[in-house]
Design a protein around this ligand. Structure first.
Ligand code: DX5
Ligand code: ZN
Length: 217
């Protein structure tokens, strides 16, 4: 299981110190919630901050773009050593074309679906092309929301599609992930868990332990 702490919940005025707490951890990605104030009703950060973060950590960076124009962002982060680039299916006219282009720059390319977007909206061609499928388990835009239980049905559908077709993309779940649901999410096929409030809520002395909990250690 990969754990991806969401920096949305970190102390942004001390981000360099925050990043250091995770240095050298295995199976850990740093999740960057990039919001444009248009696709979602919240605004976070963009290229200058992503560049600064990329210069201060060697951990894989996981860009989750909640933006209306993912192509612009795909190009902007392409030379910053971002490991995984995820954008929303709902934001695209031609997601497959963007996936193909993004693969030129990123080791891993992901597609995300919001809670009300059915799995059936994702074409077979897209499923065969992606490295990661991000299933939003809250409405994107804010940390600290409650997990939507309907997520498990979606995960089951995705697991069936993987079994039937041999797809081997990561299944990432984002929103309301914590001690009460990590095991069930894993049982339903999640391989990558994003967690903001759960990792950060008790302060820096507890980051490692919170992550261990999510790994079931
Ligand atoms: C929400 C973001 C999430 C968020 C998760 O739009 O995509 O990554 O930070 O926060 P928690 O874990 O607090 O629900
Ligand atoms: Zn996210």
């Amino acid at each position: 299981m990969i754990i991806a702490p969401s920096l949305l919940s970190c102390d942004f005025l001390n981000i360099e110190t925050e990043l250091k707490h995770f240095d050298g951890m295995d199976d850990l990605w740093l999740h960057l919630d990039i919001m444009d104030g248009h696709f979602v009703p919240n605004l976070t950060f963009g290229p200058p901050i992503v560049k600064m973060i990329s210069e201060k950590t060697n951990l894989p960076l996981d860009a989750h773009c909640m933006v209306t124009n993912p192509r612009w962002h795909m190009e902007a982060y392409s030379k910053m050593g971002v490991h995984n680039f995820t954008f929303h299916l709902e934001a695209c006219d031609d997601a497959l074309e963007l996936i193909k282009d993004a693969k030129k720059y990123y080791k891993s390319v992901g597609i995300s679906i919001k809670p009300n977007t059915p799995v059936s909206d994702i074409s077979d061609e897209i499923l065969a092309s992606i490295d990661l499928l991000l299933v939003m388990s809250v409405e994107p835009g804010f940390g600290g929301q409650s997990f939507i239980e309907g997520t498990y049905d979606k995960l089951d559908q995705i697991q069936n599609l993987k079994n039937e077709n041999g797809y081997n993309f990561h299944v990432q779940v984002d929103g309301g992930v914590g001690e009460g649901n990590y095991q069930k999410l894993s049982d339903h096929g999640a391989t990558n868990l994003v967690a903001g409030s759960f990792v950060f809520k008790k302060g820096p002395d507890h980051y490692h332990n919170q992550i261990k909990i999510l790994k079931g250690e």
